[in-house]
Design a protein. Structure first.
Length: 509
């Protein structure tokens, strides 16, 4: 967990480095946020990253050991598998908040006074980090007990894998002790995250003197979502006419060719057909779960006193153990993975919503609106929700491929889809033993999931606060002089001419 946390910190710094540099040089206006590589990396869950690293670096290139736990060299690949996705997600969330911090009045004033850009960047980070500290606490717990699939891939005797084995063997003392350890870790990290957020924000949070980080802007436009969506649609359209269940043992583990563009698996089945047919079930279920978790996360985030302790408790239970609990209560079936993932996937969105609402309630414009007599319903509908929903929705889209792979990891461990289903996670699990002989069988579903992640993240860039028409009205560069001062200007009060201390009758009305 320690090495993975270091990898996550370095990855988050690399993802938001460009935004920090542009912000310190006052060049963020009109710039697009993030790149395609960061978008893909942010959406690769640990299971998929571990499979790709073990296949390419460990097996094909042989640079690092891909199996076992015998020394520091065996730590690198598992730490990369855990730290790269976590750091990319945190970096994307931080890069999403940084433009709002650099747009606050203190930033141009500091630059005009000649304060170095490094100090301005540090203050911008200090302004944005409190809204992300709850999610950082969630990742700390996830790196400990939620890495069951990574421990399974690299054969690591970690805490998550120990809990899974004890649950399958019905070893209740070990299971109860491990869950209590995770609950204690979740409680400590949650308390530390909330305390750190209050310390970093300072008295401005108490006094209601924070500027808002969420600015109204036009939706970002680009061709990247169209390109990623077109590629994914082309793959699905090319594979749907093919039979995903047709067996041909004479063509097993064939390399990509004209007859089989993505090659064949261990039973001679066409990988393109299985990827295309598995996309329908995988995408539909992942989108449905993400929508439910978004609604539940926002509603529970509006009640931070309830959602905070509940989210800390839920996050202490890895999805695999949640799947076992759901199986014990509701029995095994196709709905078991969906219920297990839904039971734990709302927690990051709820904590993100609560953290953003805590800061938004302390903003100056909200304090002024409240002083003018606005009620709670008006503030919630006109100020709080419009400021919080866009970043939380982008966060939910960022986790959409992770939801699909959480279902896949349950299938990889035998708790989800069962053969001969062409579900993407099951494809990775079935072809993992043949990664050395047929890497295309693992890389094909991995590439499809990477396309899904890039599509979700780049499409999220179009979710912004809509700019009001009044905000779009250009303002004159120089104030009018002479008779123009008496001309009515839309949106401004009509000037009153004073003559001998009396107001003319024409101006009385």
């Amino acid at each position: 967990m320690t090495v993975a946390a270091l990898v996550a910190a370095v990855t988050a710094a690399a993802v938001c480095a460009r935004t920090l540099w542009l912000g310190t040089h006052r060049r963020l206006a009109g710039r697009r946020r993030g790149g395609g590589g960061a978008a893909v990396l942010a959406t690769l869950p640990e299971f998929l990253t571990g499979s790709v690293l073990a296949t390419v670096i460990g097996v094909q290139l042989g640079w690092l050991p891909a199996l076992g736990w015998y020394g520091p060299r065996w730590t690198v690949l598992p730490a990369l598998a855990l730290g790269l996705p976590a750091g990319a997600v945190l970096g994307r969330l931080l890069a999403d908040l940084l433009p709002g911090a650099f747009a606050e009045p203190w930033a141009p004033a500091a630059a005009a006074r000649g304060i170095p850009g490094r100090r301005i960047a540090r203050q911008a980070l200090r302004r944005c980090v409190p809204g992300l500290l709850p999610n950082i606490g969630l990742f700390a717990v996830g790196l400990t007990g939620g890495s069951v699939a990574v421990e399974q891939i690299f054969d690591i005797p970690g805490l998550g894998r120990t809990l899974l084995e004890s649950a399958l063997a019905q070893d209740l003392p070990v299971l109860q002790t491990g869950v209590l350890v995770l609950l204690a870790l979740a409680a400590v990290t949650g308390l530390a995250a909330r305390t750190g957020a209050r310390l970093l924000t300072g008295p401005a949070l108490r006094d209601g003197a924070l500027p808002t980080l969420h600015r109204r802007a036009a939706p970002a436009r680009g061709v990247a979502p169209l390109v990623y969506g077109g590629l994914l649609l082309a793959v699905v359209a090319a594979g749907l006419p093919r039979n995903p269940l047709a067996l041909d043992t004479g063509e097993r583990l064939r390399a990509p060719s004209r007859a089989h563009p993505f090659g064949t698996d261990a039973l001679g089945r066409d990988v393109l057909a299985r990827v295309a047919h598995g996309a329908l079930d995988t995408l539909a279920l992942a989108v449905a779960i993400s929508a439910v978790c978004l609604v539940a996360g926002v509603l529970l985030g509006l009640l931070p006193r309830l959602s905070g302790p509940l989210a800390d408790t839920v996050n202490a239970v890895p999805p695999v153990l949640a799947g076992l609990l759901v199986t014990a209560v509701a029995g095994s079936g196709t709905a078991t993975p969906a219920l297990a993932v839904t039971a734990v996937a709302w927690a990051p969105l709820a904590l993100h919503t609560a953290a953003l609402l805590r800061q938004e309630r302390a903003t100056l414009h909200l304090t002024a609106t409240r002083a003018l007599g606005a009620g709670r319903r008006h503030l919630l509908r006109r100020a709080l929700l419009p400021a919080v929903l866009p970043p939380v929705t982008r966060h939910a889209l960022l986790r959409l491929p992770g939801t699909a792979l959480a279902l896949a990891s349950l299938g990889f461990l035998g708790l989800g889809a069962q053969p001969p289903s062409p579900e993407w996670g099951l494809l990775l699990a079935e072809n993992q033993p043949y990664a050395e002989r047929a890497p295309w069988a693992v890389l094909a579903p991995a590439a499809a999931l990477a396309l899904l992640g890039a599509l979700a993240v780049t499409a999220a860039g179009g979710i912004r606060l809509r700019r009001r028409r009044a905000d779009d009205r250009p303002t004159p560069k120089e104030p009018p002089t002479g008779p123009a001062l008496l001309q009515p200007v839309p949106g401004r009060p009509v000037p009153v001419a004073r003559t001998g201390g009396r107001t003319p009758a024409s101006r009385t009305r």
